[in-house]
Design a protein around this ligand. Structure first.
Ligand code: SF4
Length: 317
């Protein structure tokens, strides 16, 4: 099956007060129609920057040094802002961590969905209204017709996230990027939102990029996984093979966090990930790695095929 999205050798950095600092190193991943790719790692590992570059929604001081972002074979990095406006929301939709960054508190839910339908599909009036109500019903918002008149502050966090998903459906988006979509919600609502996302993804054959630090969400929802550390992909694998046989010491540490939560013993990963301003020599995980060898302190490992995964670790050389 062809890839709907292919990110190749992406290098991204930031112009900081003390000069340019690289944040994302040679990141590659792909996504097929109907597939869910999870991108996992601790805060600051580069997962959000790598995926926001797909939508060209990067901070002003960010610089994409090189790479390609192929959407249906076309490199989005060559697109103008005007061309990107036709991609964002319409073809590739974003579900952010905080839905209030996408919803305007001053307009009703209905007005906001009608606006995206008009903008992306050119449909107005009764037809647009019916489409908006249908989209709200698809994400299980009760009394959808009535709720069109509500303002965002009248909705709970989970209901607001449903509205954002409804907007993506109303525009017939092909890819949804969900950036920690359930972080701000309580556990029961988290499960409901993930169920809705999974259901609409399967029903409409959407592709999903799920950015998360929660391996439990990954296990239940994703087909494949890219584990990121210090701006690099350190393990790239199918979810089944990663959970059966994790290879990179960082992946194993991430899995231990969740496994130990299940037995009520929480083993966190000791130490902190490096920041963008740290000078890294060798494997970026070496100060925290229990399997660190001399070579790890000097040479940065590159991704290599190990069985059915890609792994960046000297243990496998
Ligand atoms: Fe640990 Fe070395 Fe592998 Fe890095 S390369 S993860 S330090 S064993």
């Amino acid at each position: 099956m062809n890839n709907i999205l292919e990110v190749k050798n992406l290098q991204i950095g930031f112009n900081l007060s003390d000069g340019y600092r690289q944040a994302v190193y040679d990141v590659c991943f792909d996504l097929k129609k109907g597939e869910t790719l999870a991108i996992v790692g601790e805060s600051g590992c580069g997962k959000t920057i790598s995926t926001m570059s797909v939508l060209q929604l990067l901070p002003e001081n960010a610089v994409i040094k090189s790479g390609e972002i192929l959407y249906n074979g076309e490199n989005l990095l060559n697109f103008t802002q005007k061309q990107m406006q036709k991609i964002r929301g319409k073809k590739i939709a974003l579900i952010p961590q905080d839905p209030m960054t996408s919803l305007n508190p001053l307009y009703t839910i209905g007005n906001q969905i009608l606006e995206v339908i008009e903008l992306h599909q050119g449909i107005k009036g009764k037809q647009a209204f019916d489409l908006a109500v249908q989209a709200l019903e698809r994400v299980k918002i009760p009394d959808a017709k009535e709720k069109m008149k509500s303002y965002p502050h009248e909705f709970s966090g989970g209901m607001k996230q449903r509205v954002i998903i409804a907007m993506a459906l109303a525009c017939n988006a092909e890819i949804i990027i969900a950036d920690e979509p359930t972080t701000a919600l309580d556990v029961t609502v988290q499960a409901q939102i993930m169920d809705i996302l999974k259901e609409v993804k399967e029903k409409y054959n959407l592709s999903l990029i799920l950015i998360t630090h929660d391996m439990g969400i990954v296990a239940q929802n994703a087909d494949k996984i890219a584990v990121m550390y210090a701006g690099r992909i350190v393990e790239y694998s199918s979810v089944s093979s990663l959970f059966k046989n994790p290879k990179h010491p960082y992946t194993k540490a991430l899995l231990n966090v969740i496994l130990d939560i299940n037995t009520d013993k929480v083993e966190t990963i000791e130490g902190q990930p490096p920041s963008i301003t740290d000078d890294i020599c060798g494997c970026p995980f070496h100060p925290r790695c229990k399997s660190c060898m001399e070579i790890c302190k000097k040479i940065t490992p590159s991704l290599k095929t190990v069985e059915d995964s890609l792994v960046a670790c000297h243990l496998y050389e």
